[in-house]
Design a binder for this molecule. Sequence first.
Ligand code: PLP
Length: 390
Amino acid sequence: MNTYGRYPVRLVRGSGARAWDDTGKEYLDFISGIAVNTLGHAHPALVRAISEQAQTMLHCSNLFHIPAQEKLAEKLTRLAGIERAFFCNSGAEANEAAIKLMRKYWYDQHSPRRTIITATRSFHGRTLNTLTATGQDKVKTGFDPLPPGFIHVPLGNMNALKQAVGDDTAGILLEPVQGEGGVNVVADAYLRGVRKLCNDTGILMVLDEVQTGVGRTGEMFGFEHTGMRPDILTLAKGLGGGVPIGAMLASESVAASFGPGTHGCTFGGNPLSCTAALTVIDVIEQEGLLENARTQGGHLLLGLKAIQRTHPVMQEIRGQGLLIGAELSCDVAETIARCRESGLLLLPAGPKVLRFLPPLNVTSAEIDEALTILGDCLGTDYIGTDGGSS
Ligand SMILES: *Cc1c(COP(=O)(O)O)cnc(C)c1O
């Protein structure tokens, strides 16, 4: 079905931060399959681990204990400091699980709390609940009747949030950096304020780290920048390094509301996807990729700021780790197309923001190369324009 506005390229092969199309043209891949290819393309350790797992067992279902799933649950819960894990296949599924768990938690306490508060410009997925949770109208049009029980508040405004919290509030669902919504970094102080509000009222704090999780921001989880942790955490995109897997972590007392029969997922946490995720986390640790994400993220930010000085079309530059956005004063589509033709793959975050998502093992030479291509593609004909109609 025609659900995607696709680029006119067929990628067939990749290695690290590079990919090749079916004509043999080489690209520097700063999309990484939308923050999925954490280790770049064809990382040897990931290739080896999933090949060996495929020769052993791909799937057996959650009717059985699954050793790789147990190891992954142990690893993630220890790293996050959140006691329990549930596995699924995607970001939307992880958020659906979080929405169900929030509601069930209050149901079990005979409380009427059902409403979930989310932020404007957020993105939480494409299922009916997660698109309703999403704070952008463009994903909702045509899909009514939408499920009830979601309200939106302007991101970063603590007074608006306090006013929105009522006797029916079950929890607050936020991204620590809004990815799809424009690379909007949420202030640490705001997130700590949300944590305090949740502590004071007893409502649940849920962080959607589907895009920010697994090293993208320079910490294993984005919440680690803030010195507090959520009650529920969702992960997906980068977790399997390209193998589909999602996860929802929850604190012991909240997770207790999911007993046998309350939720499930046939494919969730199968031996293949859990082996992939374990390998991704191992490689992040062994190759120092959190440190690399911070260093190269800083390098990319500085390089973009240097371009900004000679190209007034480039407005605000923002981000965390290797999730970086550069807002242009014009639509980004033409710049993205030019970069692609010149061998650099970038994606938008909304109409005016260029989004950079290189793999966590990107090198500074690759970043320099990307910056050179971008500088050339922004071109002098863009300077001073605001319509981007050059
Ligand atoms: C991509 C994304 C989702 C949806 O994930 P899917 O795997 O496409 O369902 C949810 N939340 C955030 C923050 C995302 O970036």
